[in-house]
Design a protein around this ligand. Structure first.
Ligand code: AMP
Length: 110
């Protein structure tokens, strides 16, 4: 069954604008529209492959999730967060305060 479209799918397809700061074949990083710190961006998979939330992760997703974290660190460095560090957050589900059901890593710093 096809997965329901998310807001972030529309950003991936460039149907709605976003401040994209990194893109490769498998993922996209863009600035959060409601930043909670000086620097706040999200890293998302272009193809969710069932990952509406982290709790849906299966062994086939190991490479993809690892890639999201490597990209989070690389872009954080490019954003000047390499020295002082940053926070990464993955909210999951209702009790995790998740609002967009398309896996995303928050990177927050500065
Ligand atoms: P979460 O609450 O973990 O699901 O995080 C969703 C995040 O997406 C929130 O921090 C929102 O501010 C952010 N967000 C929602 N819509 C947009 C958008 N159009 N562009 C960029 N960030 C967005």
């Amino acid at each position: 069954m096809a997965e329901a479209d998310t807001l972030f799918d529309k950003i991936v397809r460039k149907e709605i604008p976003a401040d994209i700061i990194y893109e490769d074949e498998t993922c996209l990083a863009f600035r959060d529209i409601a930043p909670t710190a000086k620097t706040h961006f999200l890293v998302i998979p272009k193809n969710r492959d069932g990952l509406s939330r982290l709790s849906k992760a299966e062994s086939r997703h190991e490479t993809l999730i690892g890639h999201l974290l490597v990209v989070a660190a690389k872009v954080a460095k490019e954003e000047g967060l390499g020295e002082d560090g940053f926070r990464t957050v993955i909210n999951d589900g209702k009790h995790g305060c998740q609002s967009v059901y398309h896996l995303h890593v928050h990177v927050i710093g500065g």
